[in-house]
Design a protein around this ligand. Structure first.
Ligand code: ADP
Ligand code: TRP
Length: 320
């Protein structure tokens, strides 16, 4: 079974990305042959700054490797290192109804956010279909926001197979519906756009400062603290043993412990949890050649997997 997914390089990763996406992606390694790529062609539809794109791609690669991506198990590569995907995008475009793309929510959402309505932004789902079909993926695990793009992919594969020859595997979606939302330091969903993140690999002092700034209520030290809706508890739960969590909650219920003390306790568990990843990150950062080698090696494997599919598609339409 081949499992494939793409990730948009979007800058420094935070705890929400880790628990909402990274950790899940790394579990697929145990389930089958995994292809994972950094969707830099897709990122071009929204990132206009070349330096930012380079930095974000590098950051995503480092973060995945530091958090446990095993290049022996996962074919890990940059989308743009396999230009075959663009040729397939064109072939698929010829069976893509304009109206199908017009109905895509993510296109409309991006326009509403003020992103320029370029051809690339409009054609985004066709490139995504090419990503998936090129490598004959059987299963594509994505978040609910990508469900419609998966439907477009299945639709285009079926249309092409019917119009020409059965070239493509029609992939199965694997939608993760109940991913818990990780709260940020202000209690809203942790997100770069809200400025409420705890970055995995950012400055340590800033990390500490932000943990100490987590929003709490004004319950006095001696009184019991509310558990429901507490950001401290939500974060503590992610990085502690069940026994530790029980004690943490018990000490809040008893009262007599101030929020400052509770935050310090959370900080120490967060740092304990992140320590091995941060160590690996620093190690890898010092060996920039190694990261490039891993991505290049992944791209070679991916290109070899892509070639027969593209060849079959070219033949099917009459280009060979
Ligand atoms: P941001 O909101 O910071 O811009 P992205 O939209 O780039 O984050 O998210 C990248 C991935 O991380 C997505 O798969 C998303 O589902 C996951 N993710 C982001 N924030 C959270 C969160 N607070 N809780 C759970 N998952 C999250
Ligand atoms: N569009 C996806 C996202 O924003 C990223 C992506 C690009 C992708 N190509 C893909 C995901 C192929 C799965 C399969 O998250």
């Amino acid at each position: 079974m081949r499992i494939l997914s793409g990730i948009q390089p979007s800058g420094f990763l935070h705890l929400g990305n880790f628990f909402g996406m990274l950790q899940r992606a790394l579990r697929w390694q145990q389930k089958g042959e995994t292809f994972l790529f950094i969707a830099d062609f897709h990122a071009l539809t929204t990132v206009g700054d070349p330096e930012a794109l380079r930095r974000n791609v590098r950051e995503a690669a480092l973060a995945f490797l530091a958090c446990g991506l095993d290049p022996k198990r996962t074919v890990f590569f940059r989308q743009s290192a396999v230009p075959e995907v663009l040729e397939l995008t064109w072939l698929l475009s010829t069976v893509t109804p304009f109206g199908l793309l017009e109905r895509c929510h993510s296109y409309k959402d991006k326009l509403a956010k003020g992103i320029a309505p370029t051809h690339a932004l409009f054609a985004y789902p066709v490139l995504m279909a090419a990503d998936i079909l090129l490598y004959r993926a059987d299963v594509v695990p994505v978040g609910i926001d990508q469900k419609q793009h998966l439907e477009v992919t299945r639709d285009l594969a079926a249309k092409f197979n019917q119009a020409f020859e059965p070239v493509f595997v029609v992939p199965r979606e694997d939608i993760e519906e109940n991913v818990a939302t990780i709260p940020g330091i202000d209690g809203q969903k942790m997100s770069k756009s809200y400025g409420n993140t705890l970055e995995l690999f950012g400055d340590r002092e800033e990390f500490r400062r932000r943990v100490m700034a987590i929003r709490t209520d004004s319950t006095p030290i001696e009184e019991p603290k509310p558990i429901a809706g507490s950001v401290l508890v939500a974060l503590y739960r992610l990085v502690s043993e069940p026994q530790e969590l029980e004690e943490f909650i018990a000490s809040m219920r008893r009262g007599g412990v101030g929020y400052g003390t509770l935050k310090k306790e959370l900080l120490s568990k967060l740092e304990r949890f992140l320590a091995p990843f941060r160590e690996r990150y620093e190690e890898l950062r010092g060996k920039s050649g190694l990261v490039d080698e891993i991505l290049d090696e992944g791209a070679r494997t991916a290109r070899a997997a892509a070639a027969p599919t593209l060849d079959a598609a070219r033949r099917a339409v009459g280009l060979v």
